[in-house]
Design a protein around this ligand. Structure first.
Ligand SMILES: Cc1ncc(COP(=O)(O)O)c(C=O)c1O
Length: 357
């Protein structure tokens, strides 16, 4: 029988989370961010639940192509725009809307002779200093884009560096800088990622750009999606493949990081960093065995982990183990790995089987 390590995807939860986003930003249209295979949740499984989104956002041409291959005719935007000039004809064939963040991309469109779609998205840098033009270059680009054949609308976009910060001043400064830069320019405004949708109502504007919330995860590492009315989409599970009795004083796992303080019943579960369960997780990381709260002890191996079954005296080989998801927030696990939940869900490897439920 195949190894029972599964990413269970709750497709209805995606639709629920989209509804929650709409309720938070009732006057905005929703750009649903599905890059990186729907943040590791699998585009093919999530897409049907996003039929109501106003546009889908991806990072790469391949991701956009995958959307079309799956039969979706929804508008699609390339968040990073074109990387190579040759991509323009592909983008036109696929009907992709482009982010224009650099004067070289304006020149490429001028050489191409027309806009690939009537709507374009001009990105301005309001302080993150990753992608986007400054106010002056933005004005010039806006003018040149609007005179391209086929171009009818140039929307205006910016991205926040610290919208999840408890101190709102950086984001407020970015909002002000962006609003000054777009003063007098035609086009709809799009600023807020998930963290800003929640913490900065003034950033919701004509469009919001929601990623992590769609998957039921809080953008704020100290909160859980559930506390925000969201439902987790991914539940990562495996099963117990062995149970051992370890005497007091014995070391468990690679490097002997954990020393049993007393005789212990240790469960071995079939998951490891080869599946995307991070090696950086510390002793004490919560794990659920059946319906009991247990804890990780010892280092995560490539294929296995070791679990203190002290709280689950009735646990048996074959019992289900939940690593994160329903009943165990991924945000909590991310803190134990000193990372963010975004990274955990994106890093599930091909070895894990996906199942919609
Ligand atoms: C440009 C841009 N907009 C929006 C998002 C969505 O952010 P979040 O997943 O925090 O909602 C991302 C995500 O990385 C992004 O790069």
């Amino acid at each position: 029988m195949a190894r029972n390590t599964l990413a269970r995807i709750d497709v209805d939860a995606v639709a629920h989370n989209l509804t929650q986003i709409r309720a938070l930003a009732p006057d905005s249209r929703v750009m649903a961010v599905v890059k990186a295979d729907a943040y590791g949740h699998r585009l093919d499984l999530c897409l049907p639940a996003l039929a109501d989104a106003d546009i889908l956002a991806v990072a790469t041409l391949e991701e956009a192509r995958a959307i079309r291959r799956l039969g979706s005719g929804l508008p699609v935007i390339l968040l990073e725009g074109l990387i190579h000039d040759g991509d323009l004809s592909v983008a036109t064939d696929l009907g992709l809307e482009l982010t224009i963040h650099h004067p070289a991309q304006v020149e490429a469109l001028e050489r191409f002779g027309r806009a690939p779609t009537p709507r374009l998205w001009l990105k301005l840098d309001s302080g993150m200093h990753r992608l986007g033009m400054d106010a002056e270059a933005g004005r010039e680009a806006h003018r040149r884009l609007l005179v391209l054949p086929r171009a009818e609308q140039v929307n205006l976009v910016t991205h926040f560096a610290s919208a999840d910060d408890d101190d709102p001043s950086t984001t407020r400064g970015q909002i002000n800088r962006f609003r000054e830069a777009v003063e007098g320019l035609s086009g709809e405004l799009c600023m807020a990622n998930s963290a800003a949708i929640l913490a900065h109502p003034e950033a919701r504007a004509d469009w919001v750009r929601a990623g992590i919330m769609l998957y039921g995860i809080s953008p704020h590492p100290e909160r859980t999606g559930q506390s925000l009315g969201l439902k987790p989409v991914m539940t990562l599970t495996t099963e117990l493949i062995a149970i051992n009795h370890v005497p007091a004083g014995e070391r468990i796992g690679y490097g002997g990081r954990f020393i049993a303080p007393e005789p212990m019943r240790i469960g071995v579960a079939g998951i490891g960093y080869g599946d995307g369960y991070p090696r950086s997780l510390v002793d004490g990381t919560p794990v659920r065995v059946g319906d009991q709260d247990c804890r990780l002890v010892g280092r995560v191996s490539m294929d296995m982990i070791t679990i203190d079954l002290g709280n689950a005296p009735d646990a048996r080989i074959g019992d289900q183990v939940v690593l994160w998801g329903r009943g165990l927030p991924v945000e909590q696990i991310a803190r134990c790995a000193d990372t963010i939940a975004y990274e955990l869900v994106c890093r599930i490897t091909r070895r894990v089987r996906y199942r919609a439920f």
